[in-house]
Design a protein around this ligand. Structure first.
Ligand code: RB5
Length: 148
């Protein structure tokens, strides 16, 4: 059985990490929707955070991976959409909690902050951990309905 399609996007600050992760996930049987960038030319991270958010909002994919230099700017961009729960992660524990407690649908990394091996471990955890539901259901529901 083929695995889910995972969307991936980054800015120039994480291009080489993205290339590594695309190869890793492809080797492990995932289909990839690569939303760019495709080189190290300087770009604006909101454009790539928004591309991911639009793919999630449209239902093209249910899960994605975002990266910029720190991971911060692209997280802020993606999380402007109520359909997105993007979690900036630096370790495996937070990758697990982002799924169990927050039902994160996007995992985010800083390409200048994390190495490829730890990034792989965090992604494996993110992709293979279920949302716990229960007491977290109501809280996560509120994330999609902010009192604007
Ligand atoms: C680009 O140099 C850098 O600002 C960007 O990748 C990111 O770290 C922003 O939050």
């Amino acid at each position: 059985m083929s695995k889910d399609t995972i969307a991936i996007a980054c800015d120039h600050g994480a291009f080489s990490l993205k290339e590594h992760i695309v190869a890793y996930l492809t080797k492990n049987g995932y289909e990839i929707l690569d939303l760019g960038v495709n080189n190290t030319e300087s770009v604006d991270y909101p454009d790539y955070g928004y591309k991911m958010a639009q793919a999630i909002k449209a239902g093209t994919v249910s899960r994605g991976i975002l990266m910029c230099g720190s991971g911060i700017g692209i997280s802020i961009a993606a999380n402007r959409f109520p359909e997105v729960r993007a979690a900036l992660v630096h370790d495996v524990t937070c990758a697990r909690l982002s799924r169990e407690h927050n039902n994160a649908n996007v995992i985010v990394f800083g390409g200048r902050m994390i190495g490829p091996d730890l990034c792989e471990e965090c992604i494996d955890t993110f992709l293979n951990t279920e949302f716990e539901g229960g007491r977290h259901e109501r809280r996560v529901g509120k994330l999609s309905n902010p009192p604007l």
